[in-house]
Design a binder for this molecule. Structure first.
Ligand code: UGY
Ligand code: MN
Length: 247
């Protein structure tokens, strides 16, 4: 259905909204029995890459020289790293630092959100180690005291990490308390529910399945609308001096 050329997707200099009707699948080097929907990369001006890997049973991710964060949205995958195997089901995630070789293979038909970023070291600070966990094991915190807006920090609050990945759950009617403008860029995947996202000087209706990229200092605000909570997974670069190169 071509919908006469209509879509909610929009590409602007400081933000991009990508809705599933415009997703294009592509193979990436080393991927086996899997395709990637690339949401953002350096071609867009971002300093990180994010894609959804749609994997058949037995499918595998390719190698990367960057740090990698994976979050399972459907199915289950086996993660092999450091001589240990872990199985991640839905909401399972892993942080895989540069260095140790790892393998991510689908146990069944699976969807995995993949974030990759070159590591920016800090002098005298050891790089982070492997983390394998589940969102279910992380305690939620109210954002700025608003109990209707719960945040889970999936990575430790430590200076060695140069990015953060959080899940945010908004009860219907909950909203960010301010329009944020900050040095960090964001990659955001709507996982459940929906609402209105202000990006730059535009307001967009957004729903589960949508992806958003926000450039540094892109004005941003979100309000949840509907009868079910809205949930998204959000990446930001983090913990580095603004003169440190993100590329
Ligand atoms: O962490 C954040 O910057 C987050 N509050 N931003 C957002 O939800 N757009
Ligand atoms: Mn933000």
């Amino acid at each position: 259905m071509h919908n006469l050329g209509q879509t909610r997707s929009s590409q602007q200099p400081n933000h991009v909204l990508l809705t599933p009707d415009t997703f294009v699948r592509t193979a990436l080097p080393g991927m086996k029995c899997a395709m990637a929907v690339v949401h953002v990369g350096t071609a867009m001006g971002a300093a990180f890459a994010e894609y959804t890997a749609e994997m058949e049973k037995g499918g595998e991710l390719g190698d990367t020289a960057a740090q990698r964060f994976i979050y399972v949205t459907r199915g289950s995958v086996a993660v092999d790293v450091g001589g240990k195997q872990s199985i991640l089901g839905a909401r399972g995630y892993a942080y895989l630092p540069c260095g140790p070789v790892h393998r991510v293979a689908a146990k069944e038909e699976s969807h995995v959100i993949v974030i990759e970023k070159p590591y920016l070291p800090v002098e005298k600070l050891a790089a982070p180690q492997v983390i394998v966990s589940s969102e279910d094991a992380v305690t939620a915190e109210a954002l700025d005291g608003d109990t209707d807006l719960q945040v889970k920090h999936l990575l430790p609050d430590e200076m060695s990490f140069d990015f953060a990945v959080n899940s945010m759950v908004y009860q219907p009617g909950a909203a960010l308390s301010m329009v944020e403008m900050h040095v960090m860029e964001h990659g955001l995947l709507m996982l459940e529910g929906g609402g209105i996202y202000r990006l730059g000087d535009s307001w967009y209706p957004v729903t589960a399945g949508d992806f958003i990229w926000m450039a540094p200092w892109c004005p941003q605000w979100f309000g949840a609308i509907g009868k079910v909570p809205a949930k998204y997974l959000i990446y930001k670069n983090w913990n580095r001096h603004p003169l440190a190169s993100q590329k």
